[in-house]
Design a protein around this ligand. Sequence first.
Ligand code: 7TS
Length: 416
Amino acid sequence: MSHPTLDVAAIRRDFPILSEQVNGRPVVFLDSAASSQKPLQVLDAMDTVYRHRYANVHRGVYVFSEAATAEYDEARAKVARFIGSPSADNIVFTRNATEALNLLAYSYGRHFLKAGDEILITELEHHANFVPWFHLAQEKGVVVKCIPLTPDGQLDLSQLDTLLSERTRIVSFAHVSNVLGVITDPAPLIKRAHALGAIVIIDGSQAVPHMPVNVAELDCDFYAFSGHKMLGPTGIGVLYGKKALLEAMPPFMSGGDMISYVGFDTIRWNDVPLKFEAGTPAFVEAIGLGAAVDYLSKLGMAAVREHEREITAYALERVAEVPGVTIYGPTDPAIRGGVVTFNVDQIHPHDLATLLDQEGVAVRAGHHCAQPLHQRLGLAATARASFYVYSQPNEVDALVEAIYKAKAKLQTRRRR
Ligand code: 7TS
């Protein structure tokens, strides 16, 4: 069977930053899971608004404001189509995935949950899908439980019978882990949660940028992600929600734009999604995200996924070749997104990342905002290489070569 593929050489020409040098070498950027680089098409879309038709949205009746408003509305419609949302009205723009998840904890959690209710998350969550629920637990006396992991880092669903109960109100989990790369099939969790009347929230921060996602087919209740990890700018994120739930929820923040009427003794909220967008929105960033969605749609998300599956498979093989390397997460690239998290025997990941940087190779080191997961793995920190549409096999080779050099340097230093 022939797979859809990407023309990576052509893609790279769209990313000016990839021609930069770092420490005298062409940059090898392997930290796209933290934030992706931006193509000219996104930079130009935002630049055009600022240069030619910048004015605040939803206010003016003059040309600039009407043009900016129309482009902002179109960006919302593009995002809706991109994730299979039935309507643009289901799309709330937030600052990032973190704000989308906080919106749910504050608005849905504080309004609909009471002491003794349970929230089920997983041991591999990013802090953004961990801390807001623990914060809610401290405040309201709800109970947070975690789905444990199998030895290779998948969710251990055999524990669901004991973890789910009539008290479970929310099930919230990452579609793709930012550390182990594991892709979770949401279907069984959604089915089990809905059978108990619980709602399902998916943190799609590492999924939407990298693979086809259809929220209507999934039938999840909420889905959160960030624009900056999917070729878009910083400062813009998305919360998809089912309309009836968004309508039942109280506002998160209040002020301008989120109201339809304000009097001295009556205030009426605006319709969904504007009810959740208080104040001047990041509309230029939303327009940039719309351009990013266009770019990804043109590549085709099936091709994006296939490219990442291939390069991840290559990286898993090449990095594992290095003596003393441990790679975390499943070895099967079919259930793995484009991240390879690893440690090299006797080298602290921060030292490793610093030495790799000297070779122009950018990887992330630390706990990747998943400290509970690292506790479970018995580790303080790991190094992580992550890939995207512009990543190419020779960058994996550069990574491996740089790891060998780092090992040699540190071993010589130790012998001295
Ligand atoms: N959820 C997951 C699974 C993530 O990977 C991240 C960011 C977030 C939520 C939060 O996204 P934000 O845009 O609101 O910050 N992950 C990472 C990372 O892996 N390295 O830096 C940020």
